[in-house]
Design a protein around this ligand. Sequence first.
Ligand SMILES: [Zn+2]
Length: 361
Amino acid sequence: MESCVTAKIKIPATEEILATLKVYKEALQFCIDTSWEKKIRNNVELHPFVYPKLRETLPAQLAIACIKQACGMVKKAKSKPTIRHVSIRYNFPRSASFKNNILSILTIKGRVKVRFSVPDCYREYFSWERAESLLHLDRKGKCFFLFIFSKEINTESPLQKRVLGVDLGINNLAACSDGTIFKSPKTKLIQFSYMRSKLQAKGTKSAKRLLRKLSGRQRRFMAWVNHNVSKQIVANADTIVLEDLKGIRKSRNRFMGKRLNRWLNGWAFRQLQRFIAYKAGILRKRVKFVSPYLTSQTCSYCGKIGSRHGDSFVCSCGFSAHADLNASFNLRRLPVTQPYNPCDDSIVNRLVEHRVKVPRD
Ligand SMILES: [Zn+2]
């Protein structure tokens, strides 16, 4: 499995870099326009139409990167893309290189060297393979270089010992089959969504500005949460079993409003899964994705379909457990022992703990 890590590092926004970003942005829009107009989605085919014009302002390496990037964007787009915040793609060693904390990147005024410092958390990745990286200018005019590193990690080791099923949800961000539940930071998220709705109702210019700020804060907060949760999950297992993302059920919890739910369902969950996958990769652990079909309705003890009452899952066989944990038990089992044999599985011991008598009449 190939693991990818991005190290976002601030670099000084020098005159040459700013000028290059500006020229590149115009060039990129020009390529997009041309590609859209001529209905060409392939960079090799687009090349003769735009390259000579691009070369008037851009160095060859950046012109080629620009054409590629434009085609990539047009391919994905449903309507013609408009560039607002541009990122320039660099590849090592052709258009960028670094050595001893000095980054050398190609600009419209030739190679420019800038000094950067590497935070401790990123240090180990700087020995990995260098992949295509990005130069990016944010809204506030701060300049970042996004180093992207990759490494081929052999995860086909026979380690299957500690298999952990992880069920993602909204109320509980993650429920693990070892009985751990990571609560979602509900209060904080509701706070965000409350402030958001207030600002949206106001609709003034300064409210819009605040809104942008708020969404950045919310995003960073959620990323921080996801980093923490994924780190702990990965530390507790050798093989992690997750639901295929399509399985994040829409109807699970409706308490936070549609908008926030959608955001959590999509971006935030995908990020959590991504974090789990890459952190697992670094530690040579395995991640498996399984179909989420009926994981939350099936009884993890007998395999029948049970029912859910609020937070708890109840089956006619007498088994009952926290509903999210029940789902995680199912996930844990799926790829490992099938057909299910409750006797050979250590989770049975756990299940018994959760077992309660269901009243019969
Ligand atoms: Zn049952």
